[in-house]
Design a protein around this ligand. Structure first.
Ligand code: ZN
Length: 92
């Protein structure tokens, strides 16, 4: 019984559906905000891509906004949006 409970606890610790995702998102956003010069914002779908790519991996768009300020703002927006959608799911 104790062993079973413990295993269950381990599982829940590694598997919560929301937190790791969110942490991952904000970690990514933090990384982008720390190095905005390495990224750019796709003007078609608003995703943040590495500065190296010529085409957006998401929508094949080729117009980007490489201004650090725009990149930072978009990173913040995406992180906030992730939080909003989790909250939204929670309410349903
Ligand atoms: Zn795109």
């Amino acid at each position: 019984m104790l062993e079973f409970k413990r295993a269950e606890g381990d599982f829940a610790f590694g598997m919560p559906a929301e937190d790791p995702h969110l942490t991952d998102r904000s970690a990514k956003a933090a990384k982008i905000i720390a190095n905005p010069g390495n990224f750019k914002v796709c003007e078609s779908c608003d995703s943040i891509v590495t500065a190296r790519v010529a085409l957006c991996p998401n929508c094949n768009g080729y117009r980007f906004n490489a201004e650090p300020e725009a990149v930072i703002e978009q990173a913040r927006l995406l992180a906030a949006r992730a939080q909003t959608s989790v909250t939204h799911e929670d309410l349903q």
